[in-house]
Write a protein that binds this ligand. Structure first.
Ligand code: NPW
Ligand code: K
Length: 531
């Protein structure tokens, strides 16, 4: 599970209400920071510079400093205070008490600066240049506004320094609620965080700014989580494995679903074939490609196990949709941005099938009334549909969500995907290097296994195919989308660079195979009975 900065602060408060000592949490956090800092030095001797902010993030830094000094390392501590007279004058006494206690335990020298100071001076510059590891304990979950003045300059200096940088909780400047950076931010080599990761660690730009991520347990537990918080997870097999299709010994191909894919016209049939082929190879029992008569021979020349059905107009499409054995439909890949794609998308949504709308089925709603028609059909659909927009498609479809006056500004891809999913009651797979999968009930997952070479022509068609395949085999829309996105990334990782969508489609079955519980059951084994 992932927690926003605000949720993490709530966890902290709940822990205190439940009798957990907050200073002990800070001590555990500081020790974890020290452990990670030592790892960064790689068993060499060296100087640590702790840059400590005015809040508890700074307190973690002070504990780490004492721990490192106790282990014999040379440590320099710089504390940045809200005012010259330490934090106690700031009106944040309760917040600062632990940090002040942490500083009271620090036995070394503290160089104190006020945040109001204008410039990074020569002394500070030299301390940065002479350190081997800089511990960024400036701001964590309590960051409220862009960094300015002295700290902004400081961050720029740190980012230019040769020293390794260890960020405490989050790199300072990364906002744990908006998941974004407004202005400057520390670029860390390693980030150590506590209890649970935050979405900002896995969404861009945070994923890159964090460097390597380590998680430390400091004495918090699930007992401090609010069960009403919507689930947000890192998309990993542990999350979706229990939902993967299970085959019965006497299973029939129809038990594994029948996927219908709408083909593109004669000049653009490849995309839908990629989807269809992937759907079949990832385990769907049957796959049918509905193709115009004009494109039939081209499609036939490339397909073997995927079945073909002629379909020249909406009535023929509707007729095909009446086949009760077809349980899942893909509309969009290579289909064309036109009225026919709109009509076929609406018909699929109205046909009581699991629907994956991709590519042109997301771009064809060019005006407001078109979009309203789609949204109404999505809201009325019997099964939760799956939409797979990349950024351009998302903006065309849900543009107005980006300018909404939500409490959290600016809105991250996670917020946008969740808002869109709620709005249209569909699973939204907001594709990108940090794909977000959001369900209408508020659940969300951030995917982090996709390599950059996955951004290649046709990869989206393959993704639609694997998601539809899993959906056809009985997985719920959200879990099918999560599993499909992860498998897609894993197949690309296994192939390496360079890679084409065709390779991806042929690699995916191996990924499905490796994860599938059916391959661990030993069907077909003969049991030898000794007499
Ligand atoms: N949660 C847990 O379980 C545990 C959490 N722990 C640690 O606590 C950290 C959270 O601590 P925190 O809440 O005190 O916030 P923190 O990030 O130190 O900053 C607040 C201070 O910064 C100031 N300030 C903010 N923005 C600013 C800006 N742009 N420019 C200048 N100033 C700015 C703000 O001032 P204000 O805005 O109130 O005037 C306030 O003084 C968390 O990240 C983790 O490291 C662990 O110890 C143990 C368990
Ligand atoms: K930090």
């Amino acid at each position: 599970m992932l927690l926003s900065a605000a949720q993490m602060q709530r966890v902290d408060a709940t822990a205190v209400e439940q009798g957990i000592n907050s200073f002990e949490l800070m001590c555990s956090a500081g020790q974890a920071v020290a452990d990670t800092a030592v790892e960064l030095l790689q068993n060499r001797s060296g100087t640590f510079l702790v840059l400590a902010g005015p809040g508890n993030n700074g307190g973690d830094g002070a504990i780490a400093a004492q721990e490192l000094a106790g282990r014999g390392y040379q440590v320099v501590v710089v504390r940045f205070l809200v005012e010259a007279e330490a934090g106690m004058a700031s009106g944040n006494e309760a917040e600062l008490r632990d940090a002040d206690r942490a500083f009271a335990q620090w036995r070394g020298v503290t160089f104190a600066y006020t945040l109001q100071q204008e410039q990074v001076d020569q002394q500070l510059r030299e301390m940065i240049d002479q350190s081997d590891v800089i511990i960024d304990a400036l701001f964590g979950a309590g960051l409220k506004r862009p960094l300015q003045g002295l700290v902004a300059q400081l961050v720029e200096q740190v980012n230019m320094a040769c020293a390794k940088v260890l960020a405490v909780d989050v790199p300072s400047g990364l906002n744990g609620n908006t998941h974004g950076v407004d202005g400057v931010c520390i670029k860390a080599d390693t980030t150590v965080t506590f209890f649970l990761h935050k979405p900002a660690h896995f969404l861009y730009p945070g994923r890159e700014l964090c460097g390597r991520k380590t998680l430390a347990q400091i004495g918090l537990s699930k007992a401090q989580l609010n069960p009403d918080w919507p689930l947000c997870v890192l998309n990993e097999p542990d999350f979706f494995l229990p939902a993967l299709p299970v085959l019965g010994q006497e299973g029939h191909k129809f038990d594994r679903g029948h996927v219908l894919v709408r083909s593109g016209p004669l000049q653009s049939t490849g995309a839908s074939r990629l989807s269809a082929q992937t759907a079949l190879e990832c385990g769907a029992g049957l796959v049918t490609l509905a193709s115009s008569n004009e494109a039939l021979s081209v499609n036939a020349a490339h397909l073997t196990a995927v079945m073909l059905k002629p379909c020249d107009n909406i009535s023929q499409w509707q007729l095909i949709l009446q086949d009760q054995r077809i349980n899942t439909v893909i509309v969009g890949p290579g289909n064309g941005v036109d009225a026919a794609t709109r009509g076929c998308s609406l018909a699929a949504l109205q046909a009581d099938k699991h629907c994956v709308l991709d590519a042109d089925a997301l771009s064809c709603w060019t005006n407001t009334s078109d979009r309203e028609q789609l949204f109404e059909a999505l809201l009325a659909a019997r099964y939760t549909a799956i939409l797979t927009p990349h950024t351009g498609e998302f903006e065309r479809l849900f543009g107005e969500l980006s300018d909404g006056n939500d409490q959290v500004q600016p809105r991250s891809r996670l917020h946008l995907a969740c808002a869109a999913a709620r709005l249209v009651k569909a699973v939204v797979v907001f594709k990108g290097a940090d794909t977000v999968i959001a369900a209408p009930d508020g659940r969300s997952a951030i995917n982090a296994n996709a390599p950059p070479w996955l951004a290649t022509a046709g990869a989206g068609d393959v993704l639609a195919g694997v998601i539809a395949s899993l959906s056809a085999q009985g997985m719920s829309a959200f879990e099918a989308a999560c599993a499909g996105v992860w498998m897609h990334g894993q197949a690309a990782m296994e192939l390496g660079y360079p890679m084409s969508a065709e390779h991806l489609a042929t690699r995916l079955p191996q990924v499905v195979h490796a994860l599938s519980p059916v391959n661990k059951k030993g069907f077909g084994e003969t049991e030898l009975v000794k007499r």
